[in-house]
Write a protein that binds this ligand. Structure first.
Ligand SMILES: Nc1ncnc2c1ncn2[C@@H]1O[C@H](COP(=O)(O)OP(=O)(O)OP(=O)(O)O)[C@@H](O)[C@H]1O
Length: 277
């Protein structure tokens, strides 16, 4: 069932609502007396690549989990890929979303083969032993491993991989179902400089591919924004500090407000750098 919350097919700003991969209206999440996110209005379109920036505890992972149909809002409405959360079967929705996070990495058994981990995404399971996969799926998994620069690791076990190799494996897995949206929670966390730069370059290639899914990448670091990303949302204490086109939003003032520090922001070509004044 597709449900657009009664909106006309074309919204006030001319955007066809069926092109929206994320639509949040006045969304908040509370747990007990803690507010995780509040008052979020957010639209993500098919061809957009968003970075969500903010300090520890700002609500970034919560926002990403809402977008990934992994949690319900306490108030407000969330539409993902045209489906209203709370009125749709999330088990049908989730295969349309590629999700890559440290929480997922922690659930992968160390003895899992890399190729099986990637191919099993199409069956929404962690582990080849549960299903038989056809040759076409195995070929696609190998193509994705190659695209992520780890073609040679297909027969290795996940537990023997370096942190950077694990991240790339999980991104390949997230792409396996040909998702309409790719959600990446701190993909460069824990990588050394070379690993980070390699990952940023691969994500940049993906971001610039017009056939790639809509992307949302969560990070604490402006240095990790891959060239080709188009939009930014800055969070602080669960609320939006600024959101919109990357060039408009990523300013020294906005970044300083988000991180609660007086920051210098510099841009060198397509890359950003920040430090405290
Ligand atoms: N189940 C919960 N109960 C109470 N508070 C929670 C719960 N889950 C998260 N929080 C709190 O909500 C806030 C937002 O958490 P979230 O993980 O979304 O932040 P984040 O921006 O992703 O942080 P980080 O950058 O440190 O990963 C944090 O202060 C966190 O401690």
């Amino acid at each position: 069932m597709t449900e657009h919350g009664g909106l006309p097919a074309s919204g006030a700003n001319g955007v066809d609502v069926t092109d929206l991969v994320v639509r949040m209206d006045t969304v908040g999440v509370r747990r007990g007396r803690t507010t995780l996110v509040r008052g979020i209005d957010w639209r993500v379109e098919l061809d957009e690549r968003w970075v969500v920036l903010g300090p520890n505890g700002a609500g970034k992972t919560t926002l990403l989990r809402l977008a990934g149909a992994e949690m319900h809002p306490t108030y407000g409405t969330v539409h993902i890929l045209g489906e209203k959360i709370g009125r749709t079967d999330v088990f049908e929705l989730r295969p349309r979303i590629g999700f890559c996070s440290a929480a997922l990495a922690a659930r992968v058994p160390g003895e899992e083969l890399v190729r099986d981990l990637v191919v099993s995404a199409g069956y929404a399971v962690l582990g080849r032993w549960r299903e038989d996969y056809d040759q076409q799926d195995t070929r696609r998994a190998d193509e994705l491993l190659k695209a992520m620069g780890i073609a040679q690791l297909g027969d290795r076990t996940f537990g023997t991989l370096s942190e950077g190799e694990r991240k790339r494996t999980l991104i390949a897995r997230a792409l396996m179902t040909d998702p309409e949206m790719l959600l990446l929670d701190e993909p460069a966390a824990g990588l050394d400089l070379g690993g980070r730069e390699d990952l940023v370059a691969r994500l940049s290639e993906l971001a610039m591919d017009p056939d790639a899914p809509a992307m949302v990448l969560v990070t604490h670091h402006v240095e990790e924004i891959p060239p080709g990303f188009t939009h930014a949302l800055l969070l602080r204490e669960g609320g939006v500090v600024a959101q919109g086109l990357l060039d408009d939003v990523l300013t020294e003032d906005n970044l300083s407000a988000a991180f609660g520090q007086n920051l210098t922001l510099q841009r060198n070509g397509d890359r950003f750098f920040a430090w405290r004044k």
